[in-house]
Ligand binder design. Structure first.
Ligand code: GLC
Length: 451
């Protein structure tokens, strides 16, 4: 009898332990383990963002439904006309690869709520439009075939789901609390939270290995939404359980939770320095557009030039970060000609100079960048890269470097750069003899073998 009670008690304890273990956990990793998990991403430095959805049809910003305060009924015509007959993700993947990009993140669902995948939990999806195809499926296969790591963007915000409450970022946003209360009567966010989990489960179970998930975005506070509205922790646990290596952005409102994010996401800004928390440098990626909006915007003329885009990329690496550069495909399914043009010319530069980008990071303290230049550094190869944004005339002085340098060459053609010490202000300065004629590369790079 005694033995029997013991067995039951032990059994209960065991069951409790097992059920605890089965409960998803946010990873408890050491700094080192996190660095290892993120290594491919850190080394890659350059990725493609793709914003695609129904907003490609109005072609005047992916927030058009919000900006113009459209109702679901008014927006419906875009759903009914969605038929990107030229959609060929193999072409997209080829362009990304040729530009030198190593990973890709596509909007599986943006704020408008339209899903590019065949979700069981909604009819508001590409397979129910005249197009009729699961866009995500073809996308994943095509980019994988080109060797890029594949990721999804998933919008937390949803301007279409019937249970998603109207908030200050909603097309039907209101002026007064009573108006919000009236409109939100009967809406049940817990059903929406369930919907998100179901969709994230689909996305991270049905399409093979997914390397990145980009949740977007939280705006806590009055008439806003944050971690409790999304059930962020459990959403993230689900993602981490289904795809243990997955890399996650920081927009779930879990910045203070261990394992609640992997990298920070400065959007459309050049950071002044490597972002830190409590004095510690953190992984970061800036996401940037070619022209201002994320979705296809026909009449936008503010396109960045190739030199500006290259500078953005080099600058990011020079501060230890990544660049996620966005394309907004048209409603026919193609990349805008200006996007194609920029990708192509970035690729031309990358073909000869990517060694100063991949596996590189901020230069160690003590290396000063000459005027109009940016430094990157490969800590394994021990090479320093000087990117000459404005090409100097003949001479370039490197301060306090004579004792550190073994050899110098142009990166694009591996031609020797001759130098001499002691001609600058101090004996440890180096004076480089550059050709007066700027080499035929957009941003020439000096590759310095360090001692
Ligand atoms: C924003 C915008 C959005 C875009 C995203 C990219 O938060 O709402 O349209 O998808 O940033 O970072």
């Amino acid at each position: 009898m005694k033995i029997k009670t013991l067995t039951t008690a032990t059994l209960i304890v065991l069951l409790l332990i097992v059920s605890q273990m089965l409960q998803a956990q946010l990873p408890r990793e050491t700094e080192d383990q996190k660095t290892q998990r993120m290594k491919w991403w850190t080394d890659a430095r350059f990725g493609m963002f793709i914003h695609w959805g129904l907003y490609a049809l109005p072609a005047r910003h992916e927030w058009v439904k919000n900006y113009e305060r459209m109702t679901n009924e008014q927006y419906q015509k875009y759903f009914e006309s969605f038929n990107p007959d030229l959609y060929n993700p193999r072409e997209w993947a080829r362009m990304a690869k040729e530009a030198g990009m190593k990973y890709v993140v596509l909007t599986a669902k943006h704020h408008e709520g339209f899903c590019l995948f065949d979700s069981k939990y909604t009819d508001y999806k590409s397979t129910r439009t005249p197009f009729g195809r699961d866009i995500i499926k073809d996308y994943v296969e095509a980019f994988r075939a080109e060797g890029l790591k594949v990721g999804f963007y998933y919008s937390l915000i949803d301007w279409h789901h019937p249970d998603y409450t109207i908030d200050r970022n909603h097309p039907q946003r209101q002026e007064s609390d009573s108006a919000y209360a009236r409109l939100n009567k009967g809406k049940d966010m817990s059903r929406y939270r369930e919907y998100m989990k179901n969709q994230v489960r689909e996305l991270l179970s049905n399409y093979g290995q997914i390397s990145i998930i980009w949740f977007d975005f939280s705006f806590p506070g009055k008439n806003g939404k944050g971690r409790d509205d999304w059930d962020s922790e459990n959403l993230l646990k689900l993602a981490r359980t289904l795809q243990p290596g997955i890399i996650v952005d920081d927009r779930l409102d879990l910045r203070d939770v261990q394992g609640g994010w992997d990298f920070t996401t400065p959007e459309q800004v050049k950071v002044a320095r490597w972002p830190e928390i409590d004095g510690k440098k953190i992984p970061w990626e800036t996401c940037q557009t070619f022209s201002g909006s994320w979705g296809y915007y026909r009449d936008e003329t503010s396109w960045k030039s190739t030199p500006q885009l290259l500078e953005l990329l080099i600058e990011s690496v020079s501060k230890g970060g990544n660049l996620l550069l966005n394309v907004g495909p048209t409603a026919r399914g193609t990349f805008d000609y200006r996007a194609q043009d920029r990708l192509k010319s970035m690729g031309e530069w990358m073909k000869y100079n990517s060694r100063s980008i991949y596996n590189c990071t901020e230069a160690p303290a003590g290396f000063a960048a000459p005027d109009n230049s940016l430094l990157t550094y490969n800590p394994v190869a021990k090479r320093l890269y000087i990117h000459l944004l404005a090409y100097p005339m003949g001479r370039l002085t490197l301060t306090n470097m004579a004792d550190k340098v073994r050899y110098i060459q142009f990166l694009h053609d591996a031609s020797e750069i001759r130098y001499s010490a002691g001609r600058g202000e101090t004996a440890n300065d180096l004076t480089l003899q550059l050709p007066v004629l700027k080499p035929p590369v957009e941003v020439p790079v000096l590759e310095i073998y360090l001692k």
